[in-house]
Design a protein around this ligand. Structure first.
Ligand code: 3H9
Length: 713
């Protein structure tokens, strides 16, 4: 008998425990074991009911996502889905009641399994959902057919197109779950009692036999379709959401078996799509990016109960909010009362805005705010477990701050810095505790943006890294551990991305054209719009610092236009003009002929003949610049894996997830194509377009960036 599903008989109830750590995913072997165990239990005349429960405190987190890589053709996917459907139909067809006992997560195929059971009992902390859309697919085991029968079309569309799970209480209200038990430890006993109760009550109730209210359903479908119409970028990025809507529509219009057949077709289309391959890659890449070969599993992780942030500016305030939102009390220190009060006012405003928009209840907002304590001295810093320094990017100031932190914090305290440009080994040494110094590089706004670059210095200890990884997860961030080079991975690559956009501008493309091309590709904002949001003064300060240390942000020619704009006081949205002009109070940029004049003058100075540039060249040059520099970062070991770079660029700068990140995109094109582009640009534009040695090597070997194993330190 398989160990994946074990059966115990208790008071006439067969309790089937699904045990496939860590999340009881439904691999092909698990489906088979489940089918065999159900068939055996149903054949036993002593069995009056079945309970399906998950081992390890969780039900089932869905189909085994890694297994989708084996579905190479549409037919493979159709077959896979047909097998799951058939097994679930056998469960639903059982003559005795089958109860799903849900704790932890019932997601994707896990919820589909639970819905094929006749009844569902859930512990209060558990969550249910259909997150397939986040993997570029739709539920493929009857979810789009059974869910609307349980909770109605509108709610089913929300769950299947947004992918966000809901808690047990909401699931009970919606009709997805029949009963909620407060204590997860009591779930099994409660499920057995519930199963016996249902067995005594008569024949089981089957979800597939329920009827959907077609009038209400059609209205919900019309709303869903209308909200997607006219948004081409939505269609491109999430065609799976559109497919889910179609499958739910089939549930309403067709008998169950025909609707199920339609779901299988749509599922198969999605699984083999490039979009799904890309987002599935990112799912695993995000989980790999926090694994570091010399920080093994089991490395001690310190408890973080209290935190402090130094610097109450935009970044510091956002970081304090990230802590408060995660339930961690935090001191927010700045030099004087006025500075810290400015920060607190911004924080209060942010929470109020969330309350006003209905994203947060007033009580939760107040609770979060109460966790942030303003400070103007280091009093209380001896009690905190982590400090995040977010003062100005000034080496002397950072050195002084770390020297002070070495004195005022307890010896075990982690000393993190949010620097984006300075060498943390340099100023961190002033603390006398380099093993606890690490970069916690947040992205603005820090309480919203998901990426957290964790920058290891030359002496950062394994425990400091492991604790930071765990802390990042607690803060709800997507972490990636990187090495300490200028700009780390995110901003280093951004330097090449922006430089290429600026050179294209000098050669004759326009700001709106370049931004449009990148946005059509799927970026949320183009490179120039992005700079106008971040502030051109920020880039100018970075360039000044680099000049002072004899370096450049990207090797080779630099456009002088950003400096001209800075000199004109055009810092972006905040000054009403940058690469675009902004009407008072507006964030919508208007093209400004002055930019073209500045670009033409800069081109003349560099001897560049201006010409019309096509959209294809713009996109190819910018994405190739990213891939080539990414190869360099990977070769130098500042990123451990190509996937780490993908995670960083997607979560830090909004590289379209359905394209899998800059390195995945390059692999999809084929590195021979990417290399040929670099060589062509080199011959046409100059030696700064040198192919990264790793790119050249992999291309000649017919391999991709993702074939490179992570470095072992
Ligand atoms: C589906 O069900 C399709 C069906 O409709 C069709 C059937 C025909 N598969 O996230 P964590 C691994 S599609 C394989 O760090 P947490 C994960 O890689 C699926 N592996 O933990 C990691 O491995 P490692 C729909 C999976 O506590 C480990 O488990 N379901 C799967 O922060 C721990 O994961 C989903 O999309 C999986 N399904 O979060 C749910 N799930 O230790 C996806 C996890 O080697 N999963 N792993 O790095 C999640 O959202 C989160 O993992 C979960 C736990 C919330 C469950």
């Amino acid at each position: 008998m398989s160990t994946l599903v074990s059966t115990q008989l208790q008071d006439g109830v067969a309790v089937l425990t699904l045990d496939n750590p860590p999340v009881n995913a439904l691999s092909a072997a698990m489906w088979q074991a489940l089918d065999a165990a159900v068939t055996a239990a149903l054949a036993d005349p002593a069995v009056r009911a079945l309970v399906l429960i998950g081992a390890g405190g969780t039900f089932v987190a869905g189909a085994d996502i890694a297994g989708f890589a084996l579905l190479r053709t549409r037919q493979d996917s159709l077959d896979r889905s047909a097998v799951s459907h058939a097994i679930l139909e056998r469960i639903e067809g059982a003559a005795v009641p089958v109860v799903a006992a849900i704790s932890g997560n019932a997601l994707g195929g896990g919820l589909e399994l639970a819905m094929a059971c006749h009844y569902r009992i859930a512990s209060a902390e558990s969550k249910v959902g259909q997150p397939e859309v986040l993997l570029g697919i739709i539920p493929g085991a009857g979810g789009t057919q059974r869910l609307p029968r349980l909770c109605g079309v509108a709610q089913a569309i929300e769950l299947c197109t947004e992918g966000k799970p809901i808690g047990a209480a909401r699931a009970e209200q919606a009709g997805i779950v029949d009963r909620v038990v407060a204590d997860p430890a009591a779930l099994r006993e409660a499920a057995v009692a519930f199963a016996l109760e249902r067995a005594a009550a008569g024949p089981p109730r089957r979800t597939c036999e329920r009827v959907i209210d077609a009038e209400v359903g059609r209205a919900a479908l019309a709303v869903a379709r209308a909200s997607r119409a006219g948004k081409p970028q939505l269609a491109a990025a999430t065609s799976a959401a559109g497919a889910a809507i179609e499958a739910i529509s089939a549930a309403m219009e067709l008998p169950f078996s025909e609707g199920a057949a339609r779901e299988r077709e749509l599922f198969a289309d999605c699984v083999v799509s490039a979009e799904s391959r890309a987002v599935r890659h990112l799912f695993f890449a995000a989980r790999e990016a926090i694994k570091v070969p010399d920080v093994p599993k089991g490395t001690p992780v310190a408890r973080i109960e209290r935190a402090a942030v130094i610097g109450a500016g935009t970044m510091g305030g956002g970081i304090a909010m990230a802590y408060a939102n995660a339930g961690i009390p935090v001191l927010l220190k700045d030099v004087d009362h006025a500075a810290v009060e400015r920060g607190m006012a911004m924080i209060r405003k942010n929470y109020q805005a969330s309350v006003d928009k209905g994203k947060l209840s007033q009580e939760d907002g107040d609770r979060c705010l109460a966790r942030i304590t303003p400070a103007t001295t280091y009093e209380g810093f001896d009690t905190v477990d982590v400090v995040v320094e977010a003062v100005f990017e000034d080496m002397a100031l950072k050195r002084a701050t770390f020297a002070e932190l070495g004195r005022v914090t307890k010896p075990s305290c982690i000393l993190a810095t949010n620097t984006s440009t300075l060498d943390l080994d340099d100023f961190g040494a002033a603390s006398g505790r380099l093993s606890q110094v690490i970069g916690h590089h947040f992205f603005s706004p820090a309480h919203v943006m998901k990426l957290l670059e964790l920058v290891r210095g030359k002496e950062t200890s394994a425990e400091t890294i492991a604790t930071s990884v765990a802390l990042g997860k607690r803060l709800g961030k997507v972490g990636a551990v990187v090495g300490n080079c200028f700009g780390f991975v995110a901003n280093r690559m951004l330097g090449y991305y922006l430089r290429e956009a600026q050179l294209l501008l000098e050669e004759g493309a326009s700001v709106p054209q370049i931004d449009r091309v990148l946005m059509e590709f799927g970026m949320p904002v183009g490179p120039f719009g992005l700079q106008d949001i971040a502030g051109l003064d920020v880039g100018w300060r970075i360039r000044q610092h680099l000049v002072s240390v004899g370096k450049a942000r990207a090797e080779g020619p630099q456009s002088e236009v950003p400096d001209r704009l800075y000199e004109l006081g055009r810092y972006g949205q905040k000054t009403g003009a940058g690469w675009y002009r902004y009407a008072p109070g507006s964030r919508k940029g208007e093209a400004d002929p002055l930019i073209d004049e500045l670009a033409a003058a800069a081109a003349a100075k560099r001897g560049v003949a201006r010409r019309e540039l096509g959209d294809d060249e713009i996109l190819a040059r910018i994405t190739t610049a990213l891939a080539n520099e990414g190869a360099q970062v990977l070769d130098e070991g500042y990123a451990l894996r190509a996937g780490d770079i993908d995670v960083i660029y997607c979560h830090g700068f909004g590289f379209p997830r359905h394209r899998g990140g800059p390195m995945f995109h390059a692999d999809s094109l084929g590195l021979a194509t990417v290399l040929a582009r670099v060589e062509e640009y080199r011959s046409r534009l100059g030696d700064h377009w040198k192919p990264a040695p790793l790119l050249a090597r992999l291309a000649s070997e017919g391999r991709g960036f993702h074939d490179v194993p992570p470095r072992v330190a």
